[in-house]
Design a protein. Sequence first.
Lengths: 415, 415
Amino acid sequence: MREVAVVGVGMTRFGVSENTNVEMFSEAAMEAINESNLEPKDIEALFFGNVFGSHEEGQANMAPFAVADIGVPNIPATRFEGACASGSVAVRDAFIWVASGYYDIVLAGGTERVLAMDTPAATRAFAMCSNSYYEGPAGITFPGVFAMLAHLYSHKYAIPLPKLKEQMAMVAIKNHHNGKLNPKAHFQATIRDLMEARIARATQRGQPVPTWADEMEFFRDIKVNPMIADPLQLYDCCPFTDGAAALVLASIDKARALTDKPVLVAGVGQCSAGSLADQKDYTQMKSRILSAKQAYTQAGIEPPDVDLCELHDCFTIAEIVAMECLGFFEFGQGSRAVARGETEIGGKIAINPSGGLKAVGHPIGATGARQIYEVVKQLRGECGERQVAGATIGMTDTLGGDAGTICNIILRRGW
Amino acid sequence: MREVAVVGVGMTRFGVSENTNVEMFSEAAMEAINESNLEPKDIEALFFGNVFGSHEEGQANMAPFAVADIGVPNIPATRFEGACASGSVAVRDAFIWVASGYYDIVLAGGTERVLAMDTPAATRAFAMCSNSYYEGPAGITFPGVFAMLAHLYSHKYAIPLPKLKEQMAMVAIKNHHNGKLNPKAHFQATIRDLMEARIARATQRGQPVPTWADEMEFFRDIKVNPMIADPLQLYDCCPFTDGAAALVLASIDKARALTDKPVLVAGVGQCSAGSLADQKDYTQMKSRILSAKQAYTQAGIEPPDVDLCELHDCFTIAEIVAMECLGFFEFGQGSRAVARGETEIGGKIAINPSGGLKAVGHPIGATGARQIYEVVKQLRGECGERQVAGATIGMTDTLGGDAGTICNIILRRGW
């Protein structure tokens, strides 16, 4: 198989969009194509992630309309769906079509307009990514699943829940600090910024104004950071977000002609899991461990070789567990590592320097491609204040459903 | 790239199912795996077509649960959606993962439980496969689209509509004759059988009993074959159907060790089209012409080399137009060819010897894999009374949306 490189990336400003899924994707795609010094006619195929277009906009079969919108209606365009990992799964698949020699230059990515659904509708739609026959009737939506995971983690590793809650809050505080430095993030605001905005609104309304000593105090205040699913409070959860992200993949020969900074796809992994009830230990997700192993083996690296990782922090506890499953920290050590600042930019390994799902937002079909966008920008040294110094190897990690679909991609500097 | 072969196929009895999408798929998958002399643990990945699981059963992210159900929860399992072509698109993608050398043995196919939706819901769901922003508000569902195509065909080729309607009826009569010989078809009944059943029911109810001279008379009677979208009557349309189909693909080396009748994947093609309004001539679908050309080129064959074709007869006019776009007949000659019997088993080329979507039924996510099931069985000589004598090369053709997604696969005897 041939080496494959990312030659261009693009993404919309994440947040609330007035544009359709296809329009958002076109914006991201054209940024990626322009950055690749290509034109749409150079693209040979599209690999497209989207989860709920038929619920958001009454639109199935979306991929053909995406390529038509950028002016190349007659290339193969395929939609991939693996819940919140859809964008990553699409990119992994695009990889093999280029690696095999079938195509030289392809477009991959995803789009999602979550906010076209109202919160109850979106929460219920997301829950359809669990096993609907067996978990749906139990009433478990994802906040519930990850709340149980937090309790399990606390119990298994004998970390008192108040202590773990503080460590989890530090995930959110870190990611919002990073997100403030990311001009494409949904929330370009620290937890302190968000807190001060809330104080300002409360003052306007003549309500009693809370005074917090620090960002952690904010988390503790259940009035402004309400409980969603105990122990997860509002700011333990990533937001609903609209957005799209795209990238151009090319064979290494084509890539070297297009850019002097090709980022190589060093390894890919994907793995499934059955129902939540069938997973033996949800703190050590087998599907994630196996998926990451595939990617590490293909890349010929070990976890300590990774300089930064964009991973699936749909909830703060999810970041901690992902870090451990990916081998960056021993099992049971992740929450302490966060507390020690080891996952900050400049720490042992930069986790979610973009701000993660927590601050950048989580348009589910787009997230995997958005993670690759960040890693590519980091490896090229184009991230300004949030730059991870000397980053050579980066990784993405995306989780769909209850870990039903996991996908990992390892990227490294190709120059 | 390596040669890839189909080593086993399976499908459910198509019709009305009490089983879930996953359960139906497992039944088809286990038949394919058993026929391949394999066990589930030998399968390295799943490529899975499904369109409306989230509407039918409230189930997204379905592929992981499908592999869990056959006992291999931890292999990569990916859902593909390209409207009614979803099953074919999944199989084409599976092909490249084996051809590239990444996997040796994979499972591909699809499942759909259309009848979990009521007719109005299903009709509206299907219509989401058109461009929802521009075609949806016009009120065009697929019967409307293909009715317009029939008018266009009649006008363009100066075939008076009553004449064309008779030729279209002959598509249905042929496919139901074939379907009667297919023990897995939804309708194992000729048009005459269906007519006699209607007469029996009318007699029981004491209603006046129509008497028809032949099957064509039945078509003309608007009372028993009501108008759906002029000129399409009920029996011009394929039914809503539940079902699943699956196949095992293997590298040629593995295939020869597993079976003495490997069927080779000789060529694959896929192409997109934009909105219906952007397609220049819907009687000569560019996406289909381009997709088929990819498959023919890869296979190194021409249309006359094809012995049988399972093609997308969602409506009778659709079969006629498909035959022409695939190059089996000159443009404007297809309907006459049907009338001359050239597309029957034993004719110039056997079109839909299985009975097609018309008689076998159309569980949209499964249809592409079901078509491959038929071609594989035909090439192996296992089709009994509906066998196409001496079949060496077969082809599938699947259309999604308004030709937004087209996929073609050419198979040939590998022994």
